[in-house]
Design a protein around this ligand. Structure first.
Ligand code: BES
Ligand code: MN
Ligand code: MN
Length: 473
């Protein structure tokens, strides 16, 4: 049966690419209110596809409203669906997100970001191709293949698809907890396809993610923007204060300067050291993915350790700053600096916020400025670590061998999917990350792509994994 499925996927590639084309054409950017209707449209599209394939109980849950800078916005629905309800079979819950990062042609895309284009290297280019529409459709393609072949799935499949992942998954955690004994009752294991291979050549299974705590640092001074010729040198300037504080958060070599942060980081063991050996990753892949040789660490092991198991602090932007081309001699009245900390075991989210608040407040005081400062954590998601010895990982490993003929690497990741931990805690089931795309797909960047071969093999992999789950007792 599994062979029939694999052959079907191989032969019907173009129809799967067409489905991805339709999905990419819906600009479901969750972070931009002007696209909120498109995020809803994307939810409709997925429900339509699932219903057309005969899925049962295609339902939605309403996460409520979002407070976006004082304006209330409706949150897109959580889409739930079930394929198969045979009590003799295992039940696998799959999660994915149907929202995407913003993308504008002007950012430097070679082609229109919301028109899927296949280039001469068979790369499917478009926003969301890899993060995370390709993988979400991957599961739907598995279902379609079985329907078309007249085969039942080897397990019962439940879907949980959200439209706010790129903006912090607002409202989903509560729904996961309340459905643990409802829609998600009977789930035996969870599988999430929303990350990437380590490099470009070898598949991996992922058992850890960093968390993220995001901060807004606001400095306010004059009642309005000022002329720097008239007022420069006579008033405390908010941007100057902000720069002074932001420059004390992290060193140019990545050391976080907030006291106490490293005290919470779990100590390295000899056993853990072994997990960084023999992985399919080279410095060249880092250089290629970055597009330059600007690495802080010179060996693969430290690169991965700093990506997976040490915290990092990144500065993201300044709201209110003058950033248009050209010169403008203005003193901005209010600026908001944004930064985030990627967190790792055993850092606590509340402790991180407390340490940041105290340090930033102290550093601002030292400036002796008469401006006002406010520091707040805008959202936080915890880190996650799973046990790769579980049958869920054994099944996935066998599936990788079946489809790719190699044993997968076991990896962790530096990015965050906060609800991963919610699924693990709320359902008390093992969670597996089973990636489809490659490390150089350029998620969140320009020219995001998913190689056709990764898409097609990925569909095979997701299906083969379900067969392996069914075969384990
Ligand atoms: N797919 C990513 C998560 C990810 C990134 C996994 C890199 C593995 C490697 C996800 O869509 C994402 O971008 N998450 C955000 C979460 C944040 C908005 C809370 C992230 O990591 O920045
Ligand atoms: Mn994603
Ligand atoms: Mn993402």
């Amino acid at each position: 049966m599994v062979q029939q499925f694999l052959d079907y996927v191989e032969k019907n590639q173009d129809s799967f690419v067409d489905r991805l084309r339709k999905a990419v054409a819906i600009p479901s950017v969750s972070g931009d209110p002007s696209h909120r209707q498109d995020v809803f449209r994307m939810a409709e599209f997925l429900q339509g596809e699932l219903k057309a394939l005969g899925a049962d109980n295609v339902e939605t849950r309403d996460p409520g409203e979002q407070d976006f800078h004082g304006t209330k916005l409706p949150l897109p629905p959580i889409v739930l669906a079930t394929v198969g309800t045979d009590p003799k079979k295992k039940t696998v819950l799959v999660y994915g997100h149907y929202d995407v990062q913003p993308a504008l042609k002007e950012d430097g895309w070679t082609t229109d970001p919301f028109t899927l284009v296949e280039d001469d290297q068979q790369r499917l280019i478009g926003r969301g191709s890899s993060d995370d529409k390709g993988p979400v459709l991957g599961w739907i393609n598995v279902v379609e293949s079985h329907v078309k072949l007249g085969l039942e799935l080897p397990v019962n499949l439940k879907f949980c698809l959200e439209g706010m992942e790129e903006s912090g998954s607002e409202g989903l955690e509560k729904i996961i907890y309340s459905e643990a004994s409802g829609y998600f009752k009977d789930v035996d294991a969870v599988c999430i396809s929303d990350n990437y291979w380590l490099g470009t050549t070898k598949p991996c299974l992922t058992y850890g993610l960093r968390g993220v705590s995001y901060f807004h640092l606001t400095v306010r001074g004059p009642a309005r923007d000022l002329h720097s010729g008239v007022f420069g040198g006579t008033v405390h300037e908010p941007m100057t204060d902000l720069f002074a504080v932001m420059s004390k958060l992290v060193t140019p070599t990545g050391k976080i300067l907030v006291p106490g942060i490293y005290d919470q980081v779990r100590a390295m063991t000899d056993e853990e050291q072994k997990t960084y050996e023999n992985l399919a990753f080279e410095m060249k892949e880092l250089h290629d993915a970055v597009g330059n040789q600007i690495n802080i660490h010179d060996d693969v092991r430290s690169v991965l350790q700093h990506r997976w198991r040490y915290p990092s602090l990144s500065l993201h932007g300044i709201e209110g700053a003058f950033y248009n081309p050209g010169d403008k001699t203005v003193v901005p009245a209010c600026v908001i600096g944004k930064f985030s900390i990627r967190t790792v075991p055993d850092m606590g989210m509340d402790k991180v916020t407390e340490l940041v608040e105290k340090y930033v407040t102290d550093e601002f005081k030292k400036l002796g400025s008469k401006n006002t400062m406010k520091i707040e954590c805008s959202h936080a998601g915890n880190h996650w670590l799973s046990s790769p010895d579980h049958w869920n990982y054994v099944a996935a490993s066998k599936a990788v061998e079946k489809v790719f003929g190699v044993k997968p690497d076991l990896t962790r990741e530096g990015g965050s999917i906060p609800v991963t931990l919610s699924f693990q805690d709320a359902l008390q089931k093992n969670v597996l990350l089973l990636p489809m795309g490659r490390g150089d797909d350029g998620a969140h960047s320009i020219n995001e792509k998913l190689d056709r071969s990764n898409y097609i093999s990925g569909i095979k992999l997701l299906g083969a994994y379900l067969y392996e789950v069914a075969q384990l007792e």
